[in-house]
Ligand binder design. Sequence first.
Ligand code: ATP
Ligand code: MG
Length: 359
Amino acid sequence: MILPAPGIIWASLPIPAVLVTPDNLIDEINPAAELFLNTSARSLRGLPVLDVLAVDAPLDEGFTRVRANQAALFINDVDVTSGEKPPVQCTIQVAPLQDEPDTLLLLISPRELADRLGRGTGVKAAAKSAIGMAEMLAHEIKNPLAGISGAAQLLSMGLSAEDRELTDLIVEETRRVVKLLEQVEQFGNTRPPEKQPVNLHDLLDRARRSALVSFGSHMTFVEDYDPSLPPAWADPDQLQQVFLNLVKNASEAAGPDGGTIRLRSFYDHGLRLRRADGSGPALPLNVEIIDDGPGIPPEIAGEVFEPFVSGRTNGTGLGLALVSKIISDHDGWIALDSVPGRTVFRISLPMVPKERRKG
Ligand SMILES: Nc1ncnc2c1ncn2[C@@H]1O[C@H](COP(=O)(O)OP(=O)(O)OP(=O)(O)O)[C@@H](O)[C@H]1O
Ligand SMILES: [Mg+2]
């Protein structure tokens, strides 16, 4: 692999990074730092870094030490503020630049979660569910990973092409782990659905089209829609995610020779979500995603909606857990019926409430 241009690494680095001149002025900040500091690189260039970042640690002393020892320095759990923003707990890493040792690279890793937990109520709430725990863990693991990846990138600058393959491997694999952790974090972060009237066929169509140009290019799609189906009361982005996940699973289950995915919609006025008190919305809008692949592996069939249950070597097992969470946030219902040659995921959703219907 050829290492991308430094500018690309700089721009893609998901951690706020600041380049500091020998006299402690800001030379450059990356897009993640622009986001974190809520300002543009242009407006900060040339300003004393110690004026911009208010840190409750002797940062200037740290800078001096890094320049003297030519070794990176980690400062744990400091509060960083800039402008009017409330302080955020961060880990700061200061590293000398390879060829210009008086120029320093500052990596700022925010620790919002630690901060949140520090305020008390978070711990119990998060511990309530395994997902909460996993989310916490994911967040905590991301911080050291950022350090590992950043250190590997610094190391790579002085290496031969052969050795650089190894640092590239570190960076690449770290990126993969971070991506996985981000998926885990997604659970904790899903916002409540912003419901509006949604045309289900439009969403299915979009899922089909994006599948065909990527993971589902080996599949054949058959549409079997009830054209008179009324709109659903749903969050279009979240529902899109649901359909994409289901179509993706069906595409991944099919062999390299592909298979057929049938997208079906129909109206069924009988179905109703049962609550303990007997109430519950009617769920007359039905969508089925049907494939002719091998079916759900029997040993996991009972728990595919649980997080981290996967039958694939590279699967994280989060797709269907997310689907199930989104559908239940919509007061909907999901059913699964699978035998070799025919797997059906059926989603049942409510109509737009009477008072929200136009006309
Ligand atoms: N249409 C399908 N046909 C056969 N097996 C399926 C189908 N859909 C899901 N599965 C099985 O259920 C498992 C769980 O699916 P899920 O989407 O939750 O996780 P994943 O696809 O393994 O990983 P991720 O979606 O997080 O990348 C899959 O690994 C697969 O074994
Ligand atoms: Mg999946």
